[in-house]
Design a protein around this ligand. Structure first.
Ligand SMILES: [Zn+2]
Length: 120
């Protein structure tokens, strides 16, 4: 499954290292694009999720990351735990990312807001 990557904006909750490898998420054109906080999402051509740019102003979606620090507590048996982040997009600009502390959604890369996009 392909995805985009958000670089920066979050630190590991266990060891406080900055997450350098980025946070994978699926919103906008899915093209392996790399974004930073403050960037606009691209919707031009290609495979978009959802198919059309939504008219709502605020979107919140789950992203996934792992800690890059191999001595971190989140690494077990040579593999890092996958951790969840919540990415906020406002008026098509990525405005924030935080640790997601809620129950893990069953659907991967879930869109939590708006409710009308939950089935995407
Ligand atoms: Zn860590």
């Amino acid at each position: 499954m392909s995805f985009n990557t958000l670089e920066g904006g979050i630190t590991c909750p266990f060891c406080k290292s900055e997450i350098l490898s980025g946070i994978g998420f699926r919103l906008g054109k899915i093209a392996g694009s790399r974004y930073k906080i403050g960037d606009q999402l691209d919707w031009e051509g290609g495979d978009c999720r959802p198919k059309r740019r939504p008219s709502v102003s605020t979107i919140k979606t789950i992203g996934y990351f792992n800690c890059d620090n191999v001595t971190c507590y989140s690494w077990k048996d040579c593999y890092p735990d996958v951790q969840l982040a919540l990415i906020t997009v406002e008026d098509n600009v990525i405005t924030g990312v935080e640790l997601y502390k809620g129950k893990e959604p069953k659907k991967q890369f879930a869109i939590l807001e708006p409710a009308s996009l939950k089935s995407q």
